[in-house]
Design a protein around this ligand. Structure first.
Ligand SMILES: C[S@@+](CC[C@H](N)C(=O)[O-])C[C@H]1O[C@@H](n2cnc3c(N)ncnc32)[C@H](O)[C@@H]1O
Length: 189
């Protein structure tokens, strides 16, 4: 099965968990990741990696010493990600992020990338994940997320003092990218 077929099959089984019928486009991947200060990122986390479009980009662009932690709830997708990127660290649930980072003995991280379909989550799960993200980021860290609507904007504004949103039409469905920081420092472009 191709990655697109796997994705569609998973969506049909669990639409609220997968959130879209196809992986993110190369346009969305670039908008999310290409302007990150890769030379300054020592630890990066990806939430909801799916079939790994963002994971592959991280692998190709990170500096050699950068540690990568990938969280994907679906066991089969996680197994494929692990086989494609065996040196990365893995976990299942985004809401357990800070617990997992402690287990790996990692300090707070520089950057967290989210592919999670927040809009289909309950409010309590959304808050649980955002609290875990906030606790796990360095004070000058970057949180990047894409969504198919502006529904998450108010929630993100409660957690971050700076938020930039941009629109990517060439994706199925078209998406908004949020780049969030708590304050401006040298790590932010
Ligand atoms: C919209 S897909 C994004 C996949 C990929 N990042 C992309 O852009 O193509 C969302 C992914 O989040 C995963 N997911 C959903 N809830 C999760 C959770 N609580 N913790 C970790 N992963 C989760 C799903 O299994 C799915 O693979």
């Amino acid at each position: 099965m191709t990655t697109r077929t796997v994705f569609l099959y998973k969506f049909l089984l669990k639409p609220d968990k997968i959130g879209s019928i196809t992986p993110s486009s190369s346009f969305l991947t670039k908008r999310m990741l290409e302007n990150l200060p890769w030379d300054k990122i020592d630890t990066i986390v990806e939430l909801g990696a799916g079939t790994g479009v963002f994971t592959d980009f991280i692998a190709a662009n990170k500096k050699e010493s950068c540690r990568v932690v990938v969280l994907e709830e679906d066991p089969e997708m996680r197994k494929n990600l692990r086989s494609n990127h065996p040196t990365f660290l893995y976990g299942a649930k985004a809401e357990k992020l800070d617990w997992l980072l402690q287990r790996y003995d990692l300090p707070q991280v520089d950057c967290i990338i989210s592919g999670l379909p927040f809009a289909t989550f309950s409010e309590s799960l959304r808050e649980e994940i955002m609290m875990a993200v906030h606790r796990s980021l360095k004070p000058d860290g970057i949180f990047l997320a894409f969504q198919y609507s502006l529904q998450m904007k108010a929630t993100l504004q409660r957690y971050f003092s700076e938020l930039k949103a941009s629109f990517v039409p060439l994706n199925i469905p078209p998406a908004f990218v949020y780049r969030c920081t708590t304050k401006k420092t040298s790590i932010c472009n």
